[in-house]
Unconditional design. Structure first.
Length: 494
């Protein structure tokens, strides 16, 4: 399988980390304290308990009205304690790490999950969770806390200048650089513990252009789990090119005819439809509760045998990558669909126990204030045997889409509507005029079954994708170009 990565992807030697004992003092929690808290959490009965400690520093620098004139910074800090007892879950959190406050949180979680029929014995020692570091900081100097606002500001001004120089149509530019460093300390009643340093970086730009009385706007972004080395002239140039080219193309675009027709979905960002309309249906909590349309389809053929769909926590530096999930399960690569057959759901510890399988490393949470649930990481379709040109040539009348904005999905049934920002009309096997501002409407499982061709040009998109499911998590998505034999296209007949 060939995965096309951004030019900003850098290889590095991966290493198996050890516990960073400095995190004990950061949170004021030693292994003995953790054992005391876990004992309190399991005091009313329970099968399992864990402690999730988080320290996150967020910074943001913004470009508005031609100047870098806004800076924001905040620190989030606290501990979440969870107890599992059969089908019951008790959860409580504290923004204080005083042992008295944490014991109160542990007792609260214990009461919620109360089950006096079961008792768990705690192991005497903590065993570090063994995982591979998929987003190591490249050097001690690359950490965000070691770099000033002035250093970041230079890259936003570079972005402004590149966009201004690229087109006379430009009338307004906004830009943003965000950085985040999260430190995690974790213990559970299985005797496991880990520490994890989770960096995140993003840079985004929005351009507004005008020609006569007509105005258009376009947004683009880049994001990776990296330190200050994320920023470079190459990155800024690529971002400027994306927004300028995207916005210029909109001046030539119009809405397409509406109706049911073949749709070729371009490589990369089209993966958002795979994520939203299909991927959520593979999350095990929806299947365990019988909500997903795939609840009774395990081991059955659900699509073209050329289709393999993966949820992957191991792609170095991508937003969705996890060294270890928020339940102490190492990041891994999970085939949801293999050769057209439903192969696996995405599991946290709760659903894995229900199905009698191993957890897949998909137990994720927004922060210590939330309990983990099954969430996607980097979701993509693997390469197929065709080329994008083959797919386009096979369409007499249809559309090609390559840039999406917001959409709506009904998780259970999989019905979706997505807003298409840009693409092209396909006529007699050729891309003709550009299109914009239309919707594609369909059903996820039906669209999956209607994929008749898969190209070999997989791109995992590097934009700032964030998934909402009652709480928010950074994710990545991607796919090769695919041909969906029929989808409803909403537009204006011309």
């Amino acid at each position: 399988m060939r995965i096309t990565l951004s030019p900003f992807y850098l290889t590095s030697k991966m290493s198996t980390p050890t516990i960073d004992t400095s995190y004990y003092s950061l949170f004021g929690i030693e292994p003995d304290d953790a054992r005391r808290l876990l004992s309190a959490a399991l005091s009313k009965g329970g099968d399992y308990a864990d402690i999730f400690c988080e320290h996150t520093v967020n910074n943001e620098l913004s470009l508005r009205d031609g100047e870098v004139n806004s800076v924001r910074s905040n620190i989030d800090f606290g501990v979440g304690i969870r107890v599992l007892s059969g089908d019951r879950t008790g959860y409580a959190f504290s923004e204080s790490t005083r042992i008295e406050d944490l014991l109160k949180a542990a007792s609260t979680a214990a009461e919620i999950a109360r089950d006096t029929s079961s008792k768990v014995s705690l192991p005497e020692d903590c065993t570090p969770v063994d995982f591979i570091n998929h987003y190591p900081l490249l050097s001690e100097l690359s950490g965000w806390e070691r770099h000033t606002v002035e250093e970041k500001k230079d890259y936003l001004l570079m972005l402004r200048n590149m966009i201004r120089q690229a087109s006379e149509r430009v009338i307004n530019i906004t830009g943003r650089i965000g950085d985040q460093q999260t430190r995690i300390l974790f213990f559970n009643s299985l005797g496991q513990c880990y520490t994890d340093l989770r960096p995140m970086a993003l840079m985004s730009a929005t351009v507004v252009m005008q020609e006569g009385s007509r105005m258009e706007n376009f947004y683009a972004s880049k994001s990776y789990r990296k330190g200050f080395d994320f920023l470079s002239q190459e990155l800024v140039q690529a971002l400027a090119d994306d927004v300028v080219e995207g916005c210029n193309r909109l001046f030539e675009a119009s809405r397409p005819p509406c109706g049911e027709m073949p749709v070729v979905m371009g490589a990369g960002g089209s993966g958002i439809l795979l994520h939203e309309a299909i991927g959520h249906s593979f999350e095990a909590d929806f299947n365990r509760k019988g909500v997903s349309i795939f609840s009774d389809r395990m081991g059955k053929v659900i699509c073209n045998p050329d289709i393999n769909i993966v949820d992957d926590g191991t792609l170095p530096y991508f937003r969705g990558s996890v060294n270890v999930d928020d339940e102490g399960v190492p990041g891994q690569k999970t085939y949801m669909v293999r050769n057209g057959i439903l192969n696996s759901y995405l599991h946290d510890r709760i659903s894995a126990r229900h199905y009698g399988v191993a957890p897949t490393g998909n137990g994720r949470r927004e922060s210590f204030r939330y309990m983990p649930i099954p969430r996607m990481r980097s979701t993509y379709m693997e390469n197929g045997p065709a080329t994008e040109e083959d797919l386009i040539r096979s369409v007499k009348k249809g559309i090609y889409v390559d840039n999406f904005a917001n959409g709506q999905v009904q998780i259970g049934a999989g019905d979706f509507t997505f807003y298409v920002k840009s693409g092209y009309i396909i006529e007699d096997g050729h891309l003709t005029r550009p299109i914009k501002d239309t919707n594609i409407i369909g059903n996820g499982p039906e669209a999956l079954a209607a994929i008749t061709g898969v190209a070999g040009n997989l791109i995992v998109d590097d934009s700032t994708w964030t998934c909402g499911k009652g709480q928010y998590c950074p994710v990545s998505c991607g796919m090769p170009s695919v041909l969906v034999s029929k989808l409803n296209v909403g537009g204006i007949n011309e």
